[in-house]
Design a protein around this ligand. Sequence first.
Ligand SMILES: Nc1ncnc2c1ncn2[C@@H]1O[C@H](COP(=O)(O)OP(=O)(O)OP(=O)(O)O)[C@@H](O)[C@H]1O
Length: 327
Amino acid sequence: MDTGRHVIEVSGLRRRYGPAKGDGFEAVRGISFSVARGELFALLGTNGAGKTSTVELLEGLAEPSGGRVRVLGHDPYRERARVRSRIGVMLQEGGFPSDLTVAETARMWAGCTTGARPVAEVLETVGLGPRANVRVKQLSGGERRRLDLAMALIGRPEVLFLDEPTTGLDAEGRRDTWRLVRELRAAGTTVVLTTHYLEEAEELADRLAIMRAGRIVVSGTPAEVTATRPSRIRFTLPEGVPPARLPLSLKAAADGRRVEIRTGRLQEALTELLLWARREDVGLEGLDARSASLEEAFLEIAHGDPGEPAGTTDTIHTARPAKAGAR
Ligand SMILES: Nc1ncnc2c1ncn2[C@@H]1O[C@H](COP(=O)(O)OP(=O)(O)OP(=O)(O)O)[C@@H](O)[C@H]1O
């Protein structure tokens, strides 16, 4: 791996809770990825997939039970002192003393940080300027998340870890946080994000990985990940036109007059369908053709469908619900 370009390098990383043998549980099972300087990398997965367990290893909060992790060229656990001042960590729960005000909390935090940004500036950045004299216990859930973010930013980190940064924020707060994260990335900050919001990953991530049961199942740019899933064409045939008349090569699945075609080659399949419809003088009611969304890709991948590579075969299915709850 290129240590100059990659700020984070992970190979064969493992994390086991409990005894090494017997009753222990391996939450991270040999994962590998790297994150380049200035890149935003998102880790996605269902509850319990192993995202937080992984990020804690990157932050140096625990020692891996196997494999290797380097952050800014150092082992974040064994060389914590060399890494700590260069990273910012926003945990799921900041756990700040609830009786302190926002400004007091920030001053306390700044006091423990080398090269801290001015408190007023950092509170302004996250939109908490007007709430500086409010006690932490009086903040809303969303305001607490913004305080957590402010404290992660106070040391001007080169690498920022954001664990579900917009949980509890309303739509406007979420968009404000996205804007801020984009600005930080534009200024060269490397960001590792875990999130349950696929829209957030789609908006922000340069690359992402989807975890399932401690392993990375798929990784790539959001476009590459969605391209692993088939596109979908849906329409309703007119009365008296049986689905059997559709070209066999489209491998359409029908439920009465409603038809669905799933394909790895959307343009070709759609062209064939439209040429057939014109030739046969058939109207396709409610015609809808779309590529898979990241959400659809996520639901199928994260819940256990190994998937078929799109673009190689025209694999057609009837509409298949995600296997909710399966791990
Ligand atoms: N301290 C611990 N001791 C034992 N098992 C743990 C411990 N912490 C986490 N686990 C288990 O490890 C697995 C991964 O948990 P982890 O919190 O890393 O998942 P996650 O992907 O971050 O989930 P979430 O989206 O719910 O935050 C889960 O099965 C969890 O129960």
